[in-house]
Write a protein that binds this ligand. Structure first.
Ligand SMILES: [Fe+2]
Length: 198
């Protein structure tokens, strides 16, 4: 699939890593702090992430009012911890979502998803079995540079669990080298196929 389009280098991996480290050291945006999404129900969301996926709930902030409007509409802000110290966060703000009339089933993998890394294939297989045991449907896609499972949480958020493979590191190094011409190529393809969207 994707690897067929890869102009693979034979540069030593140490050289590629040094280039990457220099680029990353120049970046003041450090890492993902948290990703926030609405939730239908705080306890239902806790059961899904903490009891089933084993991501501990480490913080539940109960706010008395809306900080933007000042309205006395209490809401909660939940944080589920990942191994690197970042969080998946959820707002349980029932009156807000009624106001916005936003459904929880209006998204798909192309609109929005959050991808979380697991260490290896064995762990991904164990997660697939866990999802099977809980009757949670998923879709497995091997992207070749990583291998992923996609499923919906109770809030309509698409969650991806993915693990890197031997090729992943070199793939992303080489794609960084080629990124300008790849973008130019995409803009041409886009203009040809979707001229009305220019
Ligand atoms: Fe993804």
């Amino acid at each position: 699939m994707s690897l067929a389009l890869w102009n693979k280098s034979d540069t030593p991996i140490q050289t590629l890593r040094a280039t990457q480290r220099t680029r990353q050291n120049a970046n003041s945006v450090l890492k993902l702090h948290h990703h926030a999404f609405k939730c239908k129900n705080a306890e239902e969301t806790r059961v899904f992430y903490e009891d089933i996926l084993k991501m501990p709930l480490v913080c539940a902030i109960v706010e008395p009012s809306d900080p933007i409007t000042g309205a006395e509409t209490p809401y909660a802000h939940l944080y589920f911890e990942l191994a690197d110290g970042s969080w998946l966060a959820f707002f349980d703000f029932p009156s807000k979502y009624e106001e916005l009339e936003c459904g929880f089933d209006k998204t798909d993998v192309w609109t929005h998803h959050i991808a979380l890394e697991v260490p290896d294939e064995a762990t991904l297989i164990a997660h697939r079995k866990n999802l099977d045991d809980h009757g949670i449907e998923y879709m497995n896609i091997d992207h070749e540079y990583c291998n992923s499972v996609y499923f919906f949480d109770p809030n309509g958020l698409v969650v991806e669990f993915t693990h890197n493979v031997d090729e992943t590191e070199r793939y992303f190094h080489d794609k960084a080298r080629d990124v300008k011409q790849d973008m130019e190529h995409w803009l041409k393809v886009r203009a040809e196929h979707y001229p009305e969207k220019a």
